[in-house]
Design a protein around this ligand. Structure first.
Ligand SMILES: CC(=O)N[C@@H]1[C@@H](O)[C@H](O)[C@@H](COP(=O)(O)O)O[C@@H]1O
Length: 389
């Protein structure tokens, strides 16, 4: 039996803050959490222990991108890319992520689906990075009017047959799909996806309030990067944003790079939803952790300047945000550590129906991040093992 004790730390569960706190782990599972110190454990004086970050919407990092690798046509390349991505996310405190495709051809998405199946199976024997939860398909069933930085060439109507093929090719490793609910056939598609256990997120959409509500009644339970690439809120045309904000079952993703959204809009959102329904995402692309320059997203040219990603026409095209930076941004915006961490751990786990993850509670997976006082990542534990030592 393997036993790990982390003690004398500031523990953020994230429902409460315990100081000095001790976390006892047995065989990769959290056994006990309590106030007090114990001798014999690892003394984490001056450090913060929190659940590891969960990023449910990220395209790439450090020169690797799931769609880009699938465009090469080889499922092995996708598998290798996902493993590399998992190792890079780890250094930013991420313990679990959903590699997110952008709009692409059926063949490319099928290759991504096969690659993710291989990578998930590889990680069963050998875990070297953050856990790969399965694909997030962002598109291709989105609205051209709200395409943002998605390649219009491959945008199409919802297609249940295609989803069945992705599901089969990935052996069930499709976790979520972003769809525009106003498209023909979308409601039937949403119901089908929910029956498979895929969570459905409204995004890249021009849906009216009524269209968005119909999709939520059909089972959609999330909104992808709320405000970005969707019909704006208007006092006579509340649209998809108001529908998401008012619906208690809907989790709202926010890109907290302080470029996609102003700090005031982030606070405005939380005033409506409470912290419970906020899910921080990076929407990061291949250029993350790399210098400014020219990159690619789904076949479109992206120019990164001062860390901001744009298409040639100026449209924002994802981010170079990392989850640890997202946390520091939220603190700078005025959030408490408990609330900020909750929106990056427990909430995303709930949003994708991932159980026993995202909190420091007995019986939960011991997937933790240790942060220093400045909120830089010190170490990361996955299944109770220190992955950065
Ligand atoms: C990978 C991806 O698609 N990311 C979207 C992008 O498409 C959109 O253009 C941008 C701004 O949207 P906005 O101009 O509506 O705020 O948000 C996100 O970066």
């Amino acid at each position: 039996m393997s036993k790990v004790i982390l003690t004398n730390a500031r523990v953020i569960t994230p429902f409460e803050e315990i100081y000095p706190g001790t976390v006892e782990i047995e065989n990769g599972i959290i056994k006990k959490v309590y106030e007090g110190r114990t001798s014999g454990g690892e003394n984490l004086e001056g450090k913060i222990v929190a659940p590891g970050f969960i990023d449910v919407h990220t395209h790439g990092i450090g020169g690797f991108d799931v769609t880009y690798s699938a465009m090469g046509g080889s499922e092995q390349e996708v598998e290798e890319t996902l493993i590399k991505m998992s190792e890079k996310y780890l250094t930013h405190g991420v313990v679990y992520f959903l590699p997110t495709t952008v709009t692409a051809s059926h063949e490319v998405l099928l290759t991504a689906a096969k690659g993710v199946k291989n990578a998930v199976s590889y990680q069963k024997d050998q875990l070297t990075g953050a856990k790969i939860g399965g694909l997030h398909l962002e598109g291709p069933y989105i609205n051209k009017e709200k395409k943002g930085a998605q390649n219009p060439e491959f945008i199409r109507l919802p297609n249940i047959q295609e989803l069945k093929e992705y599901w089969k090719a990935s052996e069930g490793n499709i976790k979520t799909i972003t769809i525009a609910p106003e498209l023909e056939g979308a409601l039937e598609f949403i119901q089908y996806a929910r029956r498979l256990g895929v969570s459905v997120s409204l995004g890249h959409t021009n849906a009216t309030y009524e269209e968005a509500k119909a999709a939520i009644y059909a089972g959609a339970n999330r909104a992808s990067h709320l405000y970005n690439a969707m019909r704006p809120i208007n006092h006579r045309d509340p649209g998809v944003i108001a529908a998401a904000l008012e619906s208690p079952q809907v989790y709202v993703e926010l890109i907290t790079d302080l470029i996609h959204l102003s700090p005031e809009i982030i606070k405005f959102t939380v005033n409506h939803t409470g912290i419970e329904r906020v899910v921080v995402i990076t929407d990061s692309i291949i250029a993350t952790d790399l210098p400014d320059g020219e990159y690619s997203l789904g076949g479109l040219k992206v120019i990164v300047k001062d860390g901001i990603c744009r298409l040639e026409d100026g449209t924002l095209a994802g981010s170079t945000l990392t989850m640890d930076k997202a946390l520091r941004n939220l603190i700078q915006t005025g959030f408490s550590l408990k609330d900020a961490i909750r929106a990056m751990t427990y909430n995303p786990a709930r949003a994708i129906e991932l159980h026993k993850s995202g909190a420091i509670l007995p019986g939960y997976s011991a997937d933790l991040v240790i942060l220093d006082e400045d909120l830089n990542v010190d170490s990361v534990y996955i299944n109770g093992k220190n992955m950065l030592s």
